[in-house]
Design a protein around this ligand. Structure first.
Ligand code: SF4
Ligand code: SF4
Length: 210
């Protein structure tokens, strides 16, 4: 993801080393809690604050479910078919386009709250979330800083209402983070990070299984 604030634009993308080993800053992740209920209009929202980047493989998987996503996001449809949702940023990496006010084209409103159509479609079709939803979105507010080699907390995390600070000394990782790490990096990875937190380890190295 990259911030839509021109002063703070940065991409949210998986680092190139993602296919091998990932170092996790457990100590920092223990400091944050996240409760997502979708954002109301006017609230700072993760779906309108960054530019979301996906790999070619992720893009292909998203394209397969475009007809389903368009049921929630009719703006994806044009007279000729589907809107050009992706823009190549560099070879193998594509950003997802946004509306004029910066909201991801896959976001929609339900009960006055933002929802992700890709998340909804995965649920509806019984697909694993990681097969449809961008990995950077699954991980947020965890994030790789640009040029950083460590999975940590995104720098502006506490500017969002859904994120709060845990007391120092907490050893229990947010269950949503454990699940997201498991989905993105493979079976056992989330449990490993959880265990590292309980052991008081500051960092842990994940061997990626996905
Ligand atoms: S900013 Fe927080 S509450 Fe809003 S959609 Fe993102 S995770 Fe959910
Ligand atoms: S893909 Fe979904 S979760 Fe990610 S920014 Fe777009 S609407 Fe939000």
């Amino acid at each position: 993801m990259r911030s839509n604030d021109p002063e703070h634009r940065h991409p949210n993308r998986q680092p190139p080393h993602q296919r091998g080993i990932v170092e996790v800053d457990v100590e920092t992740l223990l400091l944050i809690d996240n409760r997502c209920n979708g954002c109301a209009r006017g609230e700072r929202c993760c779906c309108s604050s960054y530019e979301v980047c996906v790999t070619t493989a992720e893009m292909k998987r998203i394209i397969r479910v475009l007809p389903e996503a368009a049921k929630y996001c009719p703006h994806l449809l044009t007279g000729q078919g589907y809107d050009n949702v992706f823009e190549q940023e560099e070879p193998g990496l594509f950003s997802i386009d946004t509306t004029e006010d910066g909201l991801c084209l896959f976001a929609y409103w339900a009960n006055h709250r933002t929802q992700c159509s890709l998340h909804t479609v995965a649920m509806n079709l019984g697909l694993p979330l990681e097969d449809v939803k961008p990995k950077v979105c699954l991980l947020w507010p965890m994030h790789f800083s640009e040029g950083d080699e460590v999975l940590s907390m995104i720098t502006d995390a506490f500017q969002f209402k859904c994120n709060s600070r845990n007391a120092r000394g907490t050893h229990c990782l947010n269950p949503g983070f454990v699940e997201a790490i498991e989905r993105v990096y493979g079976e056992g990875c989330g449990t490993q990070v959880q265990q590292a937190g309980e052991n008081g380890d500051r960092r842990t190295l994940l061997v990626i299984r996905r």
